[in-house]
Ligand binder design. Structure first.
Ligand code: SF4
Length: 393
């Protein structure tokens, strides 16, 4: 799998702690140039390492990828197709925001082979959008959704946020109603999290953030689960719902232990059981790749020497193994498939039953055990964060 990070946004949303910021034309151009160099270099080393490896999914995420001029996306895809082998059935997704997604851009994505688009709506209520610091209103979103359909997209995700300040179950139901009228194949519905360093964090600490009461949050959740179930959306991950089998292959890959290469600022990679994170400083990132002179001749060296973090620093082999097992449990349990017994045994030698069985079975009202896996019930999904934090070794 391949992930490409575009860190640019027009304005920072009040709740956002992602690495995203406004950029000018010069910096954008330099960034895309460096990103293309990184992409070509990693592709060449991947080919040396595994000549037959085929990319099963590509995800262009952000930030706001739709902020880029279409020509940059063309250039990136030209390099992807020339340098990687991409599976003919690959799922290729791009994230977008309503204020920058035009018909022309959507059409250029389709021409590049992009077959899935995600549009960040967050709420269909303009007051709530303002509160979140979003720079679009509902009508702009509805237009961009139409443009994506006209351009040929059939697989569309809409991102929503719940428990927004001043949100009520009635306004949330109204958002759901409007969204379901559009008939999207996929919905991602995330809880608002108050992250340090955001505008919301400050307001929250000053008691100036009117979050819905616990009771109201319960009603919002109830409305979400029952409405989506009634409309044939399958909750296949804690926050993700799909119709007609249109689950996001790429995200499922993250949760089911599929390796991936990350390209771009702060992008993460997972290769041969090790995790890496790219540079987070844009100036350093741009200048490193601009002056890159093929100093690494295998992918492992390139990833190890260019990452600012990896998951094996200063750890013993036993600790590394334990971390990998915990990660597998935490990620795989997020999905309806759960933690797979055979897969775990093949990968780690031990069994899930002997290592995590006792604690998993203590949640028998929330976790189902069958011959193949341990997985959450619907009720279990609702309190999965609590349960997952208790199973870590
Ligand atoms: S558009 Fe997305 S990435 Fe950009 S600031 Fe808003 S939430 Fe963050």
């Amino acid at each position: 799998m391949l992930y490409i990070h575009i860190p640019f946004c027009e304005k920072k949303c009040a709740y956002c702690d992602f690495l995203s910021f406004k950029s000018d034309d010069e910096e954008t151009e330099a960034y895309i140039n460096s990103l293309n160099i990184e992409l070509i270099q990693k592709a060449a080393l991947l080919k040396n390492h595994s000549p037959k490896y085929e990319i099963s999914s590509i995800f262009i995420g952000g930030g706001t990828p739709s902020i880029l001029d279409a020509e940059y996306i063309y250039k990136i895809f030209d390099n992807i197709y020339k340098n990687f082998s991409v599976d003919t059935d690959a799922e290729i997704s791009i994230e977008s925001n309503p204020n920058s997604l035009t018909y022309e851009k959507a059409l250029s994505y389709v021409k590049n082979g992009i077959n899935r688009i995600s549009i960040g709506l967050q709420s269909a209520n303009d007051e709530e959008l303002k509160m979140l610091g979003r720079i679009h209103n509902y009508n702009q979103f509805a237009n961009s959704y139409d443009e994506a359909i006209k351009a040929g997209f059939q697989n569309i995700n809409i991102d929503l946020i719940k428990n927004i300040p001043n949100q009520t179950s009635a306004s949330f139901k109204n958002t759901l109603g409007k969204v379901l009228n559009l008939n999207p194949s996929h919905l991602s519905v995330y809880d608002l999290i108050i992250e340090e360093g955001t505008k919301f964090y400050e307001l929250y600490n000053n008691n100036e953030l009117p979050l819905p009461s616990e009771e109201e949050q319960g009603k919002i959740d109830e409305a979400l689960y029952s409405t989506l179930k009634d409309n044939n959306y399958i909750r296949y991950e804690i926050s993700n719902y799909a119709r007609n089998g249109k689950m996001c292959k790429h995200n499922l890959g993250y949760w089911t232990d599929v390796p991936y290469l990350g390209i771009g600022l702060a992008a993460s990679s997972y290769f041969e059981n090790r995790r890496y994170k790219n540079n987070i400083n844009i100036k350093n990132y741009i200048s490193f790749w601009k002056s890159y002179n093929n100093q690494y001749d295998n992918l492992y060296d390139l990833l190890s020497n260019t990452s600012i973090e990896n998951n094996i620093k200063d750890l013993s082999p036993k600790e590394i193994e334990q971390n990998l097992m915990n990660e597998y449990m935490m990620l795989s349990m997020r999905t309806i498939y759960g933690a797979r017994k055979n897969y775990f045994h093949k990968k780690f030698g031990g069994t899930i039953e002997s290592i995590y069985g006792k604690v998993l079975r203590s949640y028998s009202d929330y976790i189902i055990e069958d011959d193949e896996s341990f997985h959450f019930t619907d009720k279990g999904f609702d309190i999965s964060n609590q349960i997952l934090s208790s199973i870590i070794l």
